[in-house]
Design a protein around this ligand. Structure first.
Ligand code: FNR
Length: 180
C-alpha cells in the first residue's frame, strides 16, 4: 500500500517533517510512505492546465498513492500557506485527491497541537474540489512537540507513540473496509 505524505512545512528542521519520518519508519511494514515536497510555485489559474514541472510531479505522486496522510503545522490558528497552496493545485483540473482516503496528524509547539488548523483542514477536504474521505475520529494533536522529540530528531514520547500505533491500526481497518 502506498501513502503520500503531504507535510505543511518546508523548513529543514520541521517537527511535522520529523513526525512524518517517524511514521514512515515505524510503520514501514504496513505501508510505504512517500514524503512529498511542497516547494511548489504559487497556484495560478492562468497556468493550471499547463502547470510547472514540480506541480506535475507532485500531482502524479498523489495520483499514484492509495491514500494520503496530511501532516499539518498550525500557523496563526490555521493551516500554513504552503499547504493551502498545494491544496489549491490539487483541487483543480484533474482533482487527483478526489475520492482518495486520507487521515490527518499535526504537531505544534502550543499545547493544543494544531486543533484549529486541523478543524480548518477537515472542512477544506470536504469541499467540492477535494472531496477526500477522511478517517472519522482519530484526531492526532501533538502539542508541545519540542518536548517530545530528542536531539537526534526521534519521537520519544511513549504515550504519543502508542496513540499513533492505535490510529494507524484504525486507519488500516477503515481503509480495508472501504476498499473491499
Ligand atoms: C507558529 N506557531 C504556532 N503554534 C501554534 O500552536 N499555533 C499557532 O497559531 C502558531 N502560529 C505560528 C505562526 C507562524 C508564522 C510560525 C512560524 C509559527 C508555532 C509552530 O507550532 C512551530 O513553529 C512549529 O514548530 C511549526 O511546525 P514545523 O515547521 O516545526 O513543522
Amino acid at each position: 500500500m502506498k501513502v503520500a505524505a503531504i507535510v505543511g512545512s518546508i523548513r529543514k528542521d520541521s517537527y511535522n517533517l520529523k513526525l512524518a519520518q517517524f511514521i514512515k519508519k515505524r510503520y514501514s511494514e504496513k505501508f510505504d510512505l512517500e514524503i512529498l515536497s511542497l516547494r511548489l510555485p504559487f497556484y495560478d489559474q492562468d497556468i493550471e492546465n499547463n502547470p510547472p514541472e514540480e506541480v506535475l510531479k507532485f500531482k502524479s505522486q498523489v495520483a499514484d498513492a492509495d491514500a494520503v496522510l496530511w501532516v499539518t503545522p498550525e500557523y496563526n490558528g490555521t493551516i500554513p500557506g504552503v499547504l493551502g497552496n498545494a491544496i489549491d493545485w490539487l483541487s483543480r483540473v484533474d482533482r487527483v485527491v478526489n475520492g482518495k482516503p486520507s487521515w490527518i496528524v499535526g504537531a505544534s509547539m502550543g499545547t493544543l497541537g494544531t486543533v484549529k488548523a486541523q478543524l480548518h483542514l477537515r472542512e477544506i477536504l470536504f469541499s467540492f474540489g477535494l472531496s477526500s474521505p477522511l478517517l472519522p475520529g482519530n484526531e492526532v494533536y501533538v502539542g508541545a512537540v519540542h518536548e517530545k522529540f530528542d536531539e537526534a530528531g526521534n519521537l520519544t514520547h511513549e504515550p504519543t507513540i502508542q496513540f499513533l500505533d492505535s490510529v494507524v491500526d484504525n486507519f488500516l481497518k477503515w481503509f480495508n473496509h472501504n476498499n473491499r
